[in-house]
Design a protein around this ligand. Structure first.
Ligand code: SF4
Length: 253
């Protein structure tokens, strides 16, 4: 597995995003899952996968708290490409218990409550979405924030025992934006209103000039890395690492 990861990583430097996806599909046996949250990067990757008919499952984590614009874009994207984007929802009992315990907007009250909410609404559904998969594709870019600066093209996620691929790791936002517009990719109108990074509605605000792209996420948390736990390793780093499946927790939630 390490040899394959090293090979794909080395090759990625000379490939474009589409070639990276194709190479991943050619090289990795079994199910490959792309998790989209309908942001700029994810929409571009969905476009490449759908328009080129690459055998990668496109899924989303429907937290139930997304912006109305995001749900509309989800529908528009399915209609444009004629493909269903499968949703993974929070477990109903876990959600019911959490809201009974912390209240409907309890995530504002403490970091633990926020992480609990992200755990129930995102991380656990992600685990279901990736069950049995060989590889996971994401839209992470290295320059989205300081915390994401060291994102690799391809790594091994020990917690799931799968390959994680970030075909846009070395793309700038301007690069993705230009490619997406040139290809006529449907985009979330919130991007034009100051939301470069779009998550759940109650936890995302527009950013101010000079702020990093993820500054609008969980804005009330002053000192925390702006991550929901989906891409955070056990030591708090964003950079995927080579580790063994010896109890290492892949998600800091
Ligand atoms: S982003 Fe906010 S609403 Fe969404 S899962 Fe996390 S805490 Fe809950």
């Amino acid at each position: 597995m390490r040899d394959l990861v090293s090979l794909l990583n080395a090759e990625s430097h000379r490939l474009d995003a589409l070639e990276r996806l194709r190479r991943l599909r050619e090289t990795v046996q079994g199910r490959i899952v792309f998790t989209t949250s309908f942001g700029l990067e994810d929409q571009y990757l969905s476009h490449l996968i759908f328009s080129q008919d690459i055998a990668i499952d496109v899924v989303t984590l429907d937290t139930g708290r997304l912006f109305a614009e995001t749900y509309a874009l989800w529908q528009t994207t399915e209609e444009k490409y004629g493909r269903r984007i499968r949703a993974y929802h929070p477990d109903a009992n876990a959600l019911q218990e959490m809201i009974a315990d912390q209240g409907v907007n309890g995530f504002y009250h403490s970091l633990d409550a926020r992480k609990s909410c992200c755990g129930v609404r995102k991380v656990k559904p992600l685990k279901r979405a990736l069950e049995g998969a060989s590889a996971w594709v994401t839209g992470l870019r290295g320059d989205q924030s300081e915390a994401r600066g060291s994102v690799d093209f391809v790594s091994f996620e020990a917690g799931f025992g799968l390959i994680k691929a970030n075909p846009l790791a070395d793309f700038s936002r301007a690069h993705v934006d230009a490619a997406a517009h040139a290809a006529g990719v449907p985009l979330n109108p919130l991007h034009a209103r100051g939301f470069p990074s779009i998550g759940c509605a109650p936890c995302t605000r527009a950013i101010k000039p000079g702020e990093d792209e993820r500054a609008g996420r969980w804005w009330w948390e002053k000192d925390e890395k702006k991550e929901c736990g989906l891409h955070v390793a056990a030591d708090g780093s964003i950079k995927p690492r080579f580790v063994h499946s010896d109890g290492d927790r892949p998600w800091a939630v």
